[in-house]
Design a protein around this ligand. Structure first.
Ligand SMILES: [Zn+2]
Length: 332
């Protein structure tokens, strides 16, 4: 089982010290969060960090954040693209623009492809992780009803796009995300034809419809724009350490993440769980890693570098983490 770690792509983290710690822990890959608003400002540091990763034999992935808001966006990040081109915003079912770019807007797609190609060039990385690409949906309000999306719908069904979120609308939205992923994958493969295109998704539960366009993992897996998937594994909500069942994380890995992952593996796609990670003993990171290894999960990414390494408990956890990661690597 491969174990990687996700770090913020800023001056504080893209350093030789971080890489040394990654090496000491035996992590085989690093996933670098790259923000739309800082890509240019930290470009030199990111390029140097990418070079160091290659020299150290650590696989390196970019995890773009922001970039028009089609991908998961950290709170407070305002898209410079949307400020320049507000006409590319998604239009919701009430006819109002929302602060996210429409993945069917050709100007957005051109800009996004160019930015991702720049990032691929800069980091010379092994691949990209697209974090929950989605169209807006919240409490019955959905997007997008912009002219581009209406045209896509009309050419598919030869009728006007309805105001309701019908099965046909859902279908067009899912296809829009898949076409967006094809364009994203093509952009990075023009720089490096072996560059991998992974999608990070939340595990869908049977009774829950997210209506964001990535609900059906199977459809994503069938796309040639998707070389692999990472499934987010988080603690149950509401969560307090005291009342959380001992095996909560294990339950999630086995019950929600595993079926999708096994389906992905059967299709020859790369597979990770994206694991919430801290050093606090009550969060049972080591136990969850050992459990994932026993289940035969092929890859794990520890999602919270700072919460893990800056916790006072990290020092005492480190020898066990090292031993667990080493055991996972030797079981590959
Ligand atoms: Zn649209």
């Amino acid at each position: 089982m491969r174990v990687g770690v996700c770090i913020p792509g800023d001056r504080e983290h893209a350093t030789a010290d971080t890489l040394a710690l990654i090496g000491d822990c035996g992590f085989s890959s690093v996933f670098i969060e790259c923000r739309e608003d800082t890509q240019d400002a930290v470009g030199l540091e990111l390029a140097e960090f990418g070079r160091q990763c290659r020299r150290a034999g650590v696989e390196c992935y970019a995890v773009p954040r922001g970039y028009g808001g089609v991908l998961a966006t950290p709170p407070g990040l305002r898209s410079s693209f949307l400020q320049l081109l507000p006409s590319a915003r998604q239009i919701d079912s009430r006819g109002r623009p929302i602060d996210r770019a429409c993945p069917n807007d050709p100007d957005f797609l051109d800009w996004f492809a160019a930015r991702m190609a720049d990032l691929a060039e800069l980091l010379a990385c092994d691949g990209f992780v697209w974090d929950e690409p989605s169209l807006f949906y919240s409490r019955g309000v959905w997007a997008c009803r912009c002219l581009h999306c209406q045209r896509v719908y009309e050419s598919e069904y030869d009728e006007e796009m309805p105001a309701e979120l019908t099965y046909r609308v859902l279908n067009v939205r899912q296809r829009s995300i898949i076409i967006f992923l094809l364009a994203a994958a093509a952009a990075i493969k023009r720089v490096n034809r072996h560059g991998r295109s992974l999608v990070l998704a939340a595990p869908g539960m049977a009774h829950e419809q997210l209506h964001i366009g990535t609900d059906y993992l199977t459809r994503l897996l069938d796309s040639s724009g998707v070389d692999g998937v990472a499934v987010r594994v988080d603690w149950p909500v509401p969560y307090t350490a005291a009342d959380r069942p001992r095996s909560a994380m294990e339950d999630i890995v086995a019950g929600m993440a595993r079926p999708g992952l096994m389906e992905a593996e059967a299709r020859g796609k790369e597979v990770y769980i994206w694991l919430r990670s801290t050093a606090r003993p009550q969060d049972r990171l080591i136990e969850t890693l050992q459990f994932a290894l026993r289940l035969g999960i092929p890859g794990v990414v520890l999602a919270d570098y700072d919460a893990l390494t800056k916790d006072p408990a990290f020092g005492s956890m480190r020898p066990r983490l090292l031993a667990t990661v080493a055991a996972a690597a030797s079981a590959e």
